[in-house]
Structures are given as C-alpha cells and as structure tokens.
Design a protein around this ligand. Structure first.
Ligand code: F2R
Ligand code: MG
Ligand code: MG
Ligand code: MG
Length: 315
C-alpha cells in the first residue's frame, strides 16, 4: 500500500538525517578504504558504526529551512538567515566558504558580499542542495514555485548558478518522489531534465536515466557521477543512487556511502528522496533508534515533519 503523506514527510526528513549521520564517519574516505570494513551496502546497514549516529551541517541547515517554511509558509530570506544563525554549531562541520559566510551572519557583518565574492561567482558547493529537501516537500504540487523557492533557499550562501541549480534539482527530485505512486524511471528523469538549464546537470541526468535497477546494472556505475563536495559532482549521484534502488532506502544510502568522498551529503540527499518516496517505515528502526536524540534530534525532526505537513496543507 502507498505510504501516507505523514509518513512521506517524516521519511524525507528522517531519511536525510539518517543518511547524513551514517555517512558522516566516512566523509573524505576513499571507496577502497570503506570497502575494507564494509564490503557491501548491506554490511554497512546491518552493522553500522557502534557509536551514536550524529548528524552534521547537512541536517542542521535543513532544519533551518524547514523551520522557515513552517513559520512563513515560504522562503523568507531574513527568517532563513535567522534560523541558520540560531542553529549554527561549528562542531557539526561546515564547508570552508560556508563557515565564513555563516560566521559573518552570526556577527551581523555583511554576509552577502562574502557569499558573492569568497569564491569567484559564488559557491557551487553542494551546501544549498544538501539542505533543500523541505522545499521539495512544501511545494511538491507546484514545480514552478518549487524551483523559485529552492533558489531563494540557496541565496544566503550559494549564489553561483550551479550551486543554485543543484539545489533546485534536488528539491524537484524530492517533490516528485513525494507525490508519485510508482516509480517510473523515464517519467522521473524526463521531469527533472525538463527544468534543468545547464549541461553540467542535463548530461549526467541523461546518463543516469539509462541505468536500470541494481542487479540489471552495476552499482559501481554510480561512481561515474562523482563523489565530490561540488553540487555538480554530487547532486546527480544522489539522484542516481535513488533511481537505481527506488524500492530500498537501505540500498540507496548504503550504495551512496560506499562511493566514498562526500558520503554524509550524498547519502543525506539520496536518503531524503528515498524517504519521501517510501515513507518512514522504509528506514530501518535500528538506525532511527541509533540517531542522536537531543533537543534537535530524531523526535524534533518528527515534530518538524508534522508541522511542515500542516504548513503545506495551507498553501
Ligand atoms: N565541510 C564538510 N566536510 C569537511 C569537514 C568535515 C569533516 N568531517 C571534519 O570536520 O573532520 N562538509 C560539509 O561541507 C559540504 C557543503 O559545503 P558548502 O556548504 O557548499 O560549502 P562551500 O565552502 O560553499 O563549498 C564547498 C567547497 O566547494 C568548493 N567550491 C565551491 N564553490 C567554488 C568556486 N566558485 N570555485 C572553486 N571552488 C569552489 C570549495 O572547495 C568549497 O570549500 C558538505 O559536504 C557538508 O557535509
Ligand atoms: Mg556534513
Ligand atoms: Mg513512462
Ligand atoms: Mg558532506
């Protein structure tokens, strides 16, 4: 039976957090190093690192996006910056440029000028895409609006067109996944490609649309799409990890992490799409139970998912 809408909203936010937290211990490692300890995705899912699973900047910033949508019913840039500042916790690990921009926000210095100039043309890191999933849920029934609001959610830190488009693409993947009844690979990729402008995304999306389910195609093909910290070498990877295993949250995030590189972020993005499609019950209970549950942990994410759903009903 189809997951309920409640289940899909929870699945998306918790799916993001679990992917982030399970991927985090491996961030920056090579695929070969990870494979020595975990030869398969199943090994990783069944025997996760024994420590509590702690999420990172990816989830922390997605919380700020969701809180903004709950409060304003849209992306209000001032409110979003306020939430990023209130939630800023450097120990969770941020991108080098993002840290500089966020610390300017915290100190009430001009963060806009840093967001525009710290990197030439602004940042095309995956930091806007990693946090955008709540926008995909909120505007799932209006893809034009979704595309605009995803851009607004990127702007405080990511003004480079490729950083923005990566976020828009990931939001759209979440939005579509949260509404479809059965995954159709051709339809899914056609809807994504239709909105994309840049060849940096349209070319790999075309390649990803040609891969079939794991089994028929080789999971190692995912590495073709990159495992980097740039949006252009991670967003399509996450989408492809979902599309290769649309009926398994475990395989989606496990395969994403086994690629190495930006493991927390690729698994967070892939996990958000998968959770939005399959619902919360697809996420293994032992991972949910293992996720940190402090003031802003698993149960807070569940409350936030429910508030986001209520806000979504009002638009
Ligand atoms: N920062 C990390 N991980 C490394 C440290 C964590 C580690 N576990 C530890 O502390 O031990 N992860 C987080 O950062 C990524 C998101 O980054 P974001 O928010 O996009 O940041 P930034 O700095 O804007 O961009 C990331 C890098 O991309 C390159 N880059 C971006 N725009 C560029 C441009 N126009 N020209 C050249 N390079 C550009 C830079 O190297 C940026 O630093 C996620 O992985 C998250 O988990
Ligand atoms: Mg991170
Ligand atoms: Mg079709
Ligand atoms: Mg990362």
């Amino acid at each position: 039976s189809q997951p309920t809408i409640e289940s899909r909203f929870e699945g998306c936010l918790l799916g993001l957090a679990v992917g982030d937290a399970l991927g985090a211990p491996f961030e920056g490692m090579s695929a070969d190093d990870i494979a020595q300890r975990y030869p398969s995705a199943q090994d990783l899912i069944e025997n996760p690192p024994p420590e509590e699973l702690c999420y990172t900047d990816d989830t922390q910033m997605a919380i700020g996006v969701a809180e903004t949508l709950v409060k304003c019913g849209r992306i209000n840039e001032r409110e979003l910056c306020k939430r990023f500042v209130a939630n800023y916790s450097p120990e969770r690990g941020y991108g080098a440029g993002a840290k500089i921009v966020l610390e300017a926000m915290v100190d009430e210095r001009d963060h806009k000028v840093l967001a525009a100039n710290h990197f030439p043309g602004g940042s095309f890191g995956n930091g806007a895409a990693m946090r955008v999933a709540p926008v995909g849920l909120m505007f799932r029934h209006d893809h034009e609006r979704l595309w605009r609001e995803a851009r607004l959610s990127a702007l405080p830190t990511h003004v480079h067109p490729l950083g923005i488009e990566g976020a828009q693409l990931l939001a759209l993947a979440v939005g579509i996944a949260s509404t479809i009844e059965a995954f159709d690979r051709d339809d899914f990729f056609a809807s994504l490609a239709e909105k994309c402008q840049s060849q940096d995304y349209t070319d790999p999306l075309r390649k990803a649309s040609l891969l079939s389910d794991v089994g028929a195609s080789d999971v190692r093909d995912l590495a073709l799409f990159g495992n980097g910290i740039e949006a252009t070498s991670s967003v399509v990877t996450a989408i492809a990890a979902f599309a290769m295993s649309p009926n398994s949250y475990d395989a989606t995030i496990g395969n994403a992490i086994l690629l190495g590189g930006d493991t927390d972020t690729i698994a967070a993005m892939a996990g958000a799409i998968s959770g939005a499609y399959l619902g919360i019950t697809a996420i293994p209970f032992h991972l949910l139970e293992h996720l940190e549950d402090q003031e802003q942990g698993a149960s807070y994410l569940q409350i936030l998912a429910s508030k986001l759903r209520a806000a979504h009903e009002k638009i």
